[in-house]
Design a binder for this molecule. Structure first.
Ligand SMILES: [Fe+2]
Ligand SMILES: [Fe+2]
Length: 277
């Protein structure tokens, strides 16, 4: 969803009215506006070319990582909207941060990930699937475009090959229904991608490759547990998954971002997103 600041300010009653609001009131008004806009878009989805016309009306690209821009749509919860019109100062990270530190200090509130993992847990799925669900959209923090690939790369040194595969390919599988597990094309996608959207060839190839792979179902189960309903009454804390993380995530002793792997810089970019160069 685009986030036009002039439009937002005028819908909140003008610049003067906005300055008088405290951050709580601002957040609430903004959230209401976003909910209304999303409902309108879902009930009256636009075409691919209509969505494309919005490109030059934003101050940022649609694929920008959710950590870097207020107004970037986020499956991580409503943090961006709650912050009002500006990005906020981020809390300091510990010197040797682990995955839970990132969840609490950089991905929070991460509702979407926590709920997806909890859905898998409640359905009695195997631990690796629960874990893959917990991490499946992490790539979006840094880059929403091709978030499956970004997320898999970010996690590759620390998780099993199967978890990494599932995260990479869930991105392509989202567009393809599978009756055997009751997975349908998400209705929201008509609003997000356009009602006449056709996945590009590289997504079709990734789908075909994954469809014939022995770990197809691992990637597929991520899409099954993807929390498209965004149920606000389903609250889960990261602590619920502490043991699962402990058993499935290979923490570097130097801390994530400082372990000199090929992806350490990606974690540092999440830890220090205000560093200009
Ligand atoms: Fe995803
Ligand atoms: Fe997701």
């Amino acid at each position: 969803m685009q986030f036009d600041s002039k439009k937002v300010i005028s819908s909140l009653g003008g610049r003067e009215a906005v300055t008088k609001m405290d951050s709580e009131e601002r957040a609430e008004a903004l959230e209401m506006l976003r909910t209304k806009e999303l409902a309108e878009r879902v009930s009256h989805p636009r075409t691919v070319s209509e969505i494309d016309e919005d490109v030059c009306t934003r101050a940022f690209r649609r694929g920008v990582g959710t950590l870097y821009c207020v107004g970037a749509t986020t499956p991580f919860g409503i943090r961006q909207a709650n912050e009002g019109l500006f990005v906020q100062r981020l809390p300091k990270m510990p010197k040797q941060p682990g995955l839970i530190d990132y969840f609490k200090l950089r991905f929070s509130p991460a509702h979407h990930l926590l709920r997806s993992a909890d859905l898998a847990l409640m359905a009695g799925m195997e631990e690796e699937i629960v874990f893959a669900c917990l991490l499946h959209d992490l790539g979006q923090v840094i880059m929403k475009t091709d978030h499956g690939w970004w997320g898999a790369q970010l996690l590759e040194p620390y998780v099993s090959e199967k978890v990494c595969f599932a995260i990479r390919y869930h991105q392509a599988l989202r567009f393809f229904p599978d009756d055997t597990v009751n997975y349908e094309y998400p209705k929201d996608y008509n609003a997000i991608f356009g009602c006449d959207y056709e996945p590009p060839p590289y997504i079709m190839h990734a789908y075909q490759y994954c469809r014939n792979h022995r770990w197809y179902m691992a990637a597929r189960l991520i899409t099954v547990n993807d929390d498209y309903a965004f149920n606000p009454n389903h609250d889960v804390e990261i602590e619920k998954f502490t043991d699962i993380i402990g058993r499935n995530f290979n923490h570097p002793k130097e801390g994530l971002g400082f372990d000199n792997t090929a992806v350490a810089h990606m974690w540092r970019s999440i830890a220090m997103p205000d560093t200009p160069l």
